[in-house]
Design a protein around this ligand. Structure first.
Ligand code: CA
Length: 636
């Protein structure tokens, strides 16, 4: 492995700044460029088929060295539709690799496809718009979901079950005629869906129909995953179908965020590692791959051409697929300069695109001294990039790793500080509510419903519902961006065949992971769904729950009390609203009903432990009783 890749000399000699790596369609010809510094020769092998089982090479074409480590060639337009790989000779080794800048690939992503992307656009693509335009990240209500989980349940008979086109299928209903799929999302009222990885990943063989994975194992960064298309063997299908999904969601008022994994790759046989061995990864002093990610390798984001690769890739998704946001997996393994370079690249497309990530503090063998990582403590160095508030998450339900640890909703009032930091979107590391994503559960770890049971063995079904509802009431009255795991509003559970709750369902299959649409037929489940729906509606109606800056929060939110874990605060709604003067929010996580005094005047109850009906037709004055393990929202 070359230790000089991070040296100034190497970077000065080989940092290429052009925006034409990969395939470029020019007038009557097609240009190919690949970055392969220190290679002895580079050629491309052309095929008629994208499947590696077809070994029939049609042609081998030599590339010529251009500049800054870049090799190039040009072919006539007749080559469109062919597949190719690069053959790179270096220090006596010959490596075959897919194009790291491939934008279309054959089945399983082993060969790149020569495809003019202008032919992959759905109807009216040029008129497509971000439905969230004009709003801020603090206005977002994000629904984190998995493409396959969403429509694979047989009860809804989706035509495109488990596929991109399933996500945007309208008219889906469960056996009782209750809306499912996209119609359900519209009724629920979320502003964004956040999709678990949808870029090409390696763990699912695209020849098979029934293999399950979340997709945190990147193979081709600039291509859609084939198993979510109706025909993975047709390089065009996955691109068209993903765009069609995005267009349909946009037309229905739902913005789309993709989960991106630029911290590690599926395998170190990743194409760029074959073209420039060792360049893409961090190595330890023992010569091993650094493994802060726990996935076998860490990407060396601090190197100039890796940074460029990531910025180019994110910009490409924003531009070509009209993505409205990006969620960065293990962002704490990516350096601050790279994240800001990504922000700048994305701004060229649309400044309103949302960015957030997992800013965990993680060990990794960075290759340059003084590299600052994109973790919580460096949040103020990140330009318009938000981070997950895990202190709030664990404060609410107990540590995700200590299964039996109770959180605030389970009457553990020691966590009141973390809850208040969520309410005001002000964990220690954040400068502004626009840097905070509050959440209680996501795809990782137990579902909220399962965690509540694990932390409270023997708990009754009714009490589980109370805790779930209290969690929802707290979440939707917090400042900052809001995210929740798909199905949290349906008391989602992930149980294996032995009846155990699944902590990590990455490979657990459809039975464990699918959204169970039939649950909506049960009264209690429909009730919790309605509770979420009404809270979402309430949040959207009240901009004072969504202040965009810390000053407004400090000025307009007054905590009236938090004795013994009982939280009461007032929001000066009149600062930004016409019809509401004040909002009073109360959380009672204790095991006793509490009689709580109110500021003077009449108050309308908009939400209590039973209902979040929003019309506020019940009035109280002077005090209100908030039952054990529940909350209340009142307005005047
Ligand atoms: Ca794949």
């Amino acid at each position: 492995m070359n230790e000089d890749y991070s040296a100034k000399e190497f970077e000065e000699k080989y940092t290429y700044e052009g925006n034409d790596l990969g395939v470029t369609f020019l007038e009557n010809k097609i240009q190919f460029k690949v970055w392969a510094p220190e290679a002895d020769s580079v050629s491309m092998l052309l095929y008629n088929d994208g499947d590696v089982s077809d070994e029939d090479i049609q042609e081998e074409i030599k590339l010529i060295y251009d500049t800054k480590g870049v090799w190039k060639t040009e072919l006539s337009s007749d080559y469109e539709g062919k597949y190719y790989v690069y053959k790179v000779a270096r220090n006596g080794d010959l490596n075959i690799a897919c194009d790291p800048y491939a934008k279309a690939v054959g089945i399983n992503g082993d060969r790149a496809m020569i495809l003019n992307l202008s032919k992959t656009n759905p109807e009216d693509w040029d008129k497509d718009k971000n439905p969230f335009s004009g709003k801020k990240i603090t206005d977002s209500i994000i629904y984190e979901m998995h493409v396959r989980d969403f429509t694979i349940d047989k009860s809804i008979n989706a035509k495109y079950a488990g596929k991109f086109l399933g996500v945007c299928e309208s008219g889906l209903k469960n056996s009782n005629g209750i809306s499912a799929g996209m119609d359900y999302l519209k009724e629920l009222g979320v502003t964004h869906i956040h999709l678990l990885p949808i870029a090409d990943y390696g763990s699912v063989d695209e020849h098979c129909e029934d293999v399950y994975n979340w997709g945190y194992d990147p193979k081709n960064y600039n291509v859609a995953e084939g198993s979510y298309s109706t025909n993975p063997a047709d390089g065009k299908a996955r691109i068209y179908e993903l765009k069609k999904m995005i267009k349909t969601l946009h037309d229905n008022g739902i913005a789309v965020i993709m989960d991106v994994v630029y911290n590690h790759t599926y395998e170190t046989s990743f194409c760029m590692n074959k073209i420039v061995p060792g360049y893409f990864y961090r190595m330890t002093s023992d010569g091993e791959y650094s493994n802060g990610s726990g996935c076998g390798n860490d990407i060396a984001t601090e190197r100039s051409m890796v940074r460029k690769f990531i910025a180019d890739s994110v910009k490409y998704w924003a531009e070509e697929y009209h993505m409205d946001g990006f969620r960065f997996d293990l962002m704490g393994l990516i350096d601050v300069d790279t994240m800001n370079a990504v922000r700048k690249a994305v701004d060229d497309v649309d400044k309103e695109i949302i960015m957030y990530g997992e800013g965990w503090d993680m060990k990794t063998a960075v290759s340059k001294p003084d590299t600052m990582m994109a973790k919580q403590e460096n949040a103020c160095k990140l330009d318009r990039i938000a981070l997950f508030n895990d202190e709030f998450r664990d404060g609410m339900k107990g540590s995700v790793f200590e299964y039996d640890e109770k959180g605030y909703i389970s009457s553990n009032t020691e966590n009141t500080k973390e809850i208040l930091n969520g309410v005001t979107a002000s964990p220690e590391w954040a400068d502004s509510p626009q840097q905070v994503i509050n959440y209680v559960s996501c795809h990782d770890n137990h579902t909220l419903f399962d965690k509540v049971e694990l932390a409270n063995p023997g708990i009754t079904f009714e009490d589980k519902i109370r805790q779930n509802k209290l969690a929802a009431l707290i979440l939707f009255t917090c400042q900052g961006g809001i995210l929740f795991h798909s199905g949290e509003e349906l008391m989602r559970t992930k149980v294996d065949e032995e009846g155990n709750f699944v902590h990590d369902s990455v490979r657990a299959g459809d039975k464990v992971n699918s959204i169970k649409w039939e649950d909506l037929n049960k009264e209690e489940y429909y009730d919790v769904y309605t509770y979420y729906k009404n809270l979402i509606n309430f949040r959207k109606l009240h901009p004072s729950l969504r202040f965009a800056d810390s000053e407004s929060i400090k000025e307009n939110i007054k905590v009236a009390g938090n004795d013994g874990g009982l939280v009461q605060f007032y929001i000066n709604a009149s600062a930004v609203e016409k019809n509401t003067k004040k909002i009073c929010v109360i959380y009672n996580p204790t095991k006793e009903d509490k009689k709580i005094s109110l500021e003077e005047g009449k108050w309308k109850i908009c939400c209590d432990y039973k209902k979040a009906d929003c019309d506020g037709n019940r009035e109280v004055q002077d005090y209100v009783t908030v039952p054990a393990v529940s909350g209340a929202i009142l307005i005047q």
